[in-house]
Design a protein. Structure first.
Length: 159
C-alpha cells in the first residue's frame, strides 16, 4: 500500500526566479515502490537555483512558443534557474557541457513515459516530463551533487 504524497498543483522554490552559476550536467530516471523519479543533476559552484514545476496543456518551448510533443497524456514542465549548454566554440571553461542524455523514453514505467531536456533560454533550463496522466508529484532539492528530484506518485489514485 502506498501512502499518498504531493499534489497536481504547481510547485516552486522560495525564489523560483533565482539564477545560479551551476550548470546542468545530466539527467536520469528511476523506478521505486509507489513513485517514479526524475533527477536533474547540476555541476559547478554557485547558489541553489530557483525552480518551478507544473502540468501544462499545451507544453510549449520557452524560447520558441511552439508546442512540445511528449509521450503520455499529461505534460509536466520543470524549470530550473541554470544554464544547460552543449559543447560549442567560445563556451566559457567554467561551463562544462551537458553530458546528457537529452531524451529518455522509459520502458516498463507506470507513470513517467518520457523525460526531455528542452535546454536553456536566458539562464533557465526547461525540461518536459511526459506522464501517462496527471498524477500527484513532489519536488525536492538535494546536495552533493546538487540535483533537483521530481517524484511522480504511482500508487492507487481515486477517481
Amino acid at each position: 500500500m502506498c501512502a499518498p504524497f504531493g499534489s497536481t498543483a504547481d510547485a516552486r522554490s522560495a525564489d523560483p526566479l533565482a539564477l545560479s552559476t551551476l550548470t546542468g550536467a545530466a539527467m536520469r530516471v528511476g523506478r521505486h515502490d509507489c513513485y517514479e523519479r526524475f533527477t536533474f543533476e547540476m555541476t559547478g559552484t554557485g547558489d541553489d537555483p530557483g525552480w518551478w514545476a507544473g502540468y501544462r496543456d499545451p507544453l510549449t518551448g520557452q524560447a520558441s512558443g511552439e508546442p512540445v510533443q511528449l509521450r503520455g497524456d499529461a505534460d509536466l514542465e520543470v524549470m530550473v534557474g541554470v544554464w544547460t549548454v552543449t559543447d560549442f566554440d567560445g563556451r566559457p571553461d567554467e561551463w562544462p557541457p551537458f553530458t546528457g542524455p537529452d531524451d529518455i523514453v522509459t520502458d516498463g514505467f507506470v507513470a513517467l513515459q518520457e523525460a526531455r531536456n528542452l535546454y536553456a533560454y536566458e539562464g533557465t533550463t526547461q525540461i518536459g516530463l511526459g506522464v501517462d496522466r496527471e498524477r500527484p508529484f513532489r519536488v525536492t532539492w538535494l546536495d552533493s551533487p546538487p540535483r533537483l528530484v521530481v517524484d511522480i506518485y504511482t500508487g492507487e489514485l481515486l477517481p
